[in-house]
Design a protein around this ligand. Structure first.
Ligand code: KG4
Ligand code: ZN
Length: 337
């Protein structure tokens, strides 16, 4: 069964074709980063309009790369939420219209389910049950995943998401947009510990996170002096140490508490090298292992949506037959089952 995946929840347009027998046949992503850069953040209306422009060329490219025609598509999965309402509606309308034209089933998919199942696209995939650490621009959550469709929320951020904290801190340090990868890059040459930042909620005894205070602490340090390039790198390094220390400690606690040895990491911040180093070391210590999606599948993409949709269809979930689309800009993952 060949499932087409459509992702348009934020500032990436993603299209992919996943075959349940042969794996990923093609995937293409267009990122709108350059377009939103001038505004220092995502402009929802511009995002929606750009998704409209990109979807058909991306579909053509994916079909050509996969040596397939439209008629080969057996089902269509699209991101129905959470995300920007207008952006989601573009993907939903496109998927519904194409499904109607091709007379194939169409399935709404939860964006975060896509992220957290994405490591299953790798050859060396984790087995259920596992703990998932979802770290994106909008979410920081620990979940217990029993099977496809069963997600128990164990803890989450009470304020800023980890990616949001990276982005806001990068903005304070004048590193441009989106700041996460840029901050990680200059942190490589910095010395952590010269500035001391807090480890928020490290010893709170639960699996909750809080990252908004860190940004304020960076702001205080930045206001105290004119920051040299070395200062910036040192602050970035300390910030990255603080965030990754808390993320790694809580992810390992979740595995211990639930006696699980597989940890899946998904979402954009999962691309952070320091987070990976820490998680690998901490999980090895308790005899466990960390599973990551391929680097190009860490950020938003259509492959994870095609895959999540295909797994739901394989489980026998009844797809929709046209016209019933409703996007959910806010949609808690544990309401899915
Ligand atoms: O999952 P994602 O592509 O989009 C959603 O939020 O759904 O995640 C994007 C987030 C941004 O906040 C970005 O700054 C962050 O992931 N990010 C990183 C890195 N690469 C992306 N943060 C830290 N280090 C990175 N290498
Ligand atoms: Zn995402």
């Amino acid at each position: 069964m060949k499932v087409l995946g459509i992702e348009s929840s934020c500032d990436e347009t993603g299209v992919a074709l996943y075959d349940t027998e042969r794996g990923l046949l093609g995937h293409a992503v267009h990122t709108q980063v350059a377009m939103h850069e001038a505004y220092g953040g995502v402009v929802p209306e511009l995002a929606s309009r750009d998704h409209i422009r990109r979807l058909i060329p991306l579909l053509e490219k994916v079909l050509a790369d996969a040596c397939c025609a439209r008629g080969d598509i057996d089902a269509i999965a699209y991101t129905a939420g959470p995300g920007l309402a207008g952006a989601l509606l573009v993907g939903a309308s496109f998927a519904e219209a194409l499904a109607m034209a091709l007379n194939v089933p169409v399935l709404p998919v939860h964006h975060l389910e896509g992220h957290l199942l994405s490591p299953l696209l790798a050859d060396d995939a984790p087995r259920f049950p596992f703990i998932a650490l979802l770290v994106s621009g909008g979410h920081t959550q620990l979940m217990r995943v029993a099977r496809v469709g069963n997600y128990e929320l164990l803890g989450e951020s009470l304020d800023d998401a980890a990616g949001e904290a990276f982005d806001k801190t990068a903005k304070l340090l004048d590193l441009g947009y989106p700041g996460g990868p840029a901050l990680a890059e200059i942190a490589r040459s910095g010395t952590p510990g010269r500035f001391r930042l807090p480890r928020p909620m490290l010893n709170s005894g639960d699996l909750s996170f809080s990252f908004s205070g860190l940004k304020t602490a960076v702001l205080t340090a930045a206001r105290a002096r004119e920051l040299s390039e070395t200062d910036k790198a040192d602050l970035a390094a300390e910030f990255q140490e603080a965030v990754t220390e808390v993320l790694a400690a809580k992810a390992v606690s979740a595995c211990r508490q639930h006696r699980l040895s597989s940890l899946v990491v998904a979402g954009g911040v999962g691309a952070n090298y320091r987070l990976r180093e820490r998680l690998d070391a901490a999980m090895a210590k308790i005899g466990g292992r960390v599973f990551y999606p391929a680097l190009d599948l860490c950020t938003d993409n259509g492959a994870m949506i095609a895959f999540a949709g295909s797994q739901r269809l394989l489980q026998g979930e009844a797809p929709q037959r046209g016209g019933a689309f409703a996007v959910r800009p806010r949609w808690p993952l544990d309401e899915l089952d």
